[in-house]
Design a protein. Sequence first.
Length: 335
Amino acid sequence: MPVSIRDVALRAGVSVGTVSNVLNRPEEVSTESVERVSRAIEELGYVRNDAARKLRAGISTTVGFVVLDGQNPFYNDVVRGAEDEASSHGIAILYGNTDEDPSREKVYLDLFREQQVRGLLIAPYGDVMTQLRRFRSSGIATVLVDRFSADSGFSSVSVDSVAGGRLAMEHLIQGGRRRIAFVGGPFDMRQVTDRLAGARAAAENAGVHVDLEVVPTAAMTVEEGATAGARILTRPRREWPDALFAANDLLALGLLQSLVSGGRVLVPDEIALIGFDDIPFAAAAAVPLSSIRQPSRMIGRTALRIVLEEAADPDSIPRQTVFPPELVIRQSTTG
């Protein structure tokens, strides 16, 4: 059986209240009592259950984090950043991966609301604003991650995906590419539509004629990227695009797999390729992958910091934190 505060009191020959005072308000206890209680704690190996104490006081020591794709290293890094920040505040992260499934998303949201977490971080997939308003009405601070909040009632931490899409497209156009395919989906993901919007804006403002086609995918995975690449390569060679912009790096890696398999395509001589996120695997790919970098760990750290601030001050004004994207150029676009 674990050692209790009552066991400590019996060993020290003092009341339970005196032990509690030693642990929480030692300045109110005599030096002799502090020494006796401290000695009993050491002899018995008593470990203070700080989490239980905070729960009794109505202060949760956990923050829920719901992400839409737990297989994407980008989200793993975002969560890692949140965990790094949480550890300095004595907070634990409860993690839920929805796998781009609205029903799973609802399950995690219901669970975290029942657990009365101190705050909620969420990279949403479906339309969850009604549920998030319930969190707010329950006194649970909520921050959107990797999604700009159009609802002024919620803070958000994100990267400017429209600007990122524009950067990627401008880089391809400056490299002389004129037949460019945007590969991504599903299009109910805000990140995908924002990146496509940026690419379209760059094509329209290029000052030269650029053909931009859209190759939809069912998910943002390596497998979907490989499938999309295989579809593109079934066309006659003269109808191939001369560049591909993948909505994330996992898609880009799948596309690269299809392109270089069997030496069918020279990357970037015949088809250039750029992704989005700059995950660790991008630089280590068979052809190092150009990408649009997001400061993933900083996103997680910032989101955790904001949600704790709002939990401490429910009247704080929600704010939208938007980081600028960064173009990282590697061999898949420059050779």
